[in-house]
Design a protein around this ligand. Structure first.
Ligand code: S3P
Length: 428
């Protein structure tokens, strides 16, 4: 698709429902004992894969349009499906679901997905689940397809080598059915939707700094979940609003959980104009997922440095930090982001080669990139490498460029934000 330079984006719209919260709501709904109503479940390829997966495991999914009702199987009663579970392109499903499956004593499950999924490491979840007593097999002990054989689990203490909400969540889900109290430590804070939802479901869960402890439970009781707007999806609209002269946007109902708005803190540091009530870090674990309307306007930007500590809190938005850096005064540097190399694509290579092809002065490092702002981008063609977030970055780059951008190398970018191009067209 081709994206021509825009003359300014204006108007109001709602951010699409949050992908991370939708995945978790469906999984916890399937693990719950009483029906769970999910309001504003995300209708996208990744989250459809999750509904299909929980159906295959025995949960009943009632689809009422705006609301999905899940009648779950309970913590330890998932059925053994006949064939493999297809996670499609959904890394979150591939990493979280085995936590529940590991606790299905004596039953075996096979998980597989598309070509991109088969390149994404699962050893980081297989190792702790093995320690808890489950059996896991993967290609070269590292890549899907992943076979999980459930067991009676024991509690563990586990320190993550890399901050990852997916890995942390997988262990926390397994811990619900393990004997005793499990503690997970992470080198830097990552998104905490799982912890918040478990707290709401009546689980005994506590955070102390970078450690979370969960005590095993008999059942989950979660009556309803309202999915907030997705801050990561909104980030693409926000970037367009900040970069295209004359823009003024109001984006409603955006989830502003502290662990999800690292990108907005970075953007504000770059002098980007984004008004709204972001959640402050309090040190307390809360059950709520706060939302806010965000008011965005075009303005001049300054370069910034993003260090490792901030990376997990803005992980999916780092391609946009690179794009913003092209337009900012001075240099923008991202360090400690080697995780970008194992996302839906190698996002360091994709961002650096992609933006350079549009005229950017950008260099890759092992764990990030540095961009020298040149006041804008010429435009050209960008290869999305089959990665939805690179495709959306290319679209925004096109609107803000001098000559337009053609996005190639992707069949569908609708894995997290199906209405994205329609929303852009409405705002332009
Ligand atoms: C996610 C966590 C992040 C993020 C992904 C969604 C989640 O992955 O990149 O898009 O919902 O837990 P990691 O936990 O691997 O960093």
């Amino acid at each position: 698709m081709r994206f021509e330079p825009a003359r300014g984006l204006s108007g109001e719209l709602q951010a699409p429902p949050d992908k991370s919260v939708s995945h978790r709501a469906a999984l916890l709904g399937a693990m719950a004992s009483e029906p769970v109503r999910i309001d504003r479940y995300l209708r996208a390829a990744d989250t459809h894969s999750t509904l299909d997966a929980v159906r295959a495991l025995g949960a009943l999914v009632e689809d009422h349009g705006d609301e999905v009702v899940l009648r779950g199987c309970g913590l330890r009663e998932a059925n053994e499906p006949e064939g493999p579970i297809d996670v499609g392109n959904a890394g979150t499903l591939m990493r979280l679901l085995p936590g529940w499956l590991a606790a299905q004593d004596g039953r075996a499950f096979m998980l597989d997905g598309d070509d991109s999924i088969r390149r994404r490491p699962v050893d980081r979840i297989a190792e702790p689940l093995r320690q808890m007593g489950a059996e896991l097999e993967a290609t070269d002990r590292r890549y899907p397809p992943l076979r999980v054989r459930g067991a009676h689990l024991r509690a563990i203490s586990w320190e993550l080598a890399v901050a990852s909400a997916q890995v942390k969540s997988c262990i926390l889900l397994a811990a619900l059915a393990a004997d005793g109290a499990t503690t997970v430590g992470e080198p830097a804070r990552s998104r905490d939707h799982t912890e918040r939802m478990l707290l709401r479901a009546g689980v005994s869960i506590h955070r102390h700094g970078r450690h979370v402890t969960v005590v095993n439970a008999d059942e989950l009781l979660l009556d309803g979940v309202r999915v907030p707007g997705d801050a990561s999806s909104a980030a693409f609209l926000i970037t367009a609003g900040v970069l295209v002269p004359g823009s003024r946007l109001l984006i409603g109902d955006v989830g502003v959980n502290w662990t999800r708005v690292g990108f907005l803190r970075i953007l504000r540091r770059m002098q980007g104009i984004v008004l709204g009530d972001l959640e402050e870090e309090t040190g307390e674990l809360t059950a709520e997922e706060p939302v806010s309307d965000l008011d965005v306007a075009h303005g001049a930007l300054e370069g910034t440095v993003v260090e490792a500590e901030e990376v997990p809190l803005a992980i999916d938005e780092l391609p946009l930090v690179a794009l913003l850096g092209c337009f900012a005064e001075g240099e923008t540097v991202v360090r400690g982001a080697q995780e970008l190399r194992v996302k839906e694509s190698d996002r360091i290579a994709g961002v650096v080669e992609g933006l350079r092809g549009l005229g950017a002065e950008i260099e890759a490092t092992d764990d990030g990139f540095s961009v020298r702002g040149t006041g804008g981008l010429k435009g050209g063609t960008i290869d999305a490498r089959g990665d939805h977030r690179l495709a959306m970055m290319g679209a925004v780059a096109g609107l803000a460029s001098r000559e337009g951008v053609e996005v190639v190398g992707i069949e569908t970018a609708a894995v997290s934000y199906p209405g994205f191009t329609d929303d852009l067209a409405r705002l332009c």
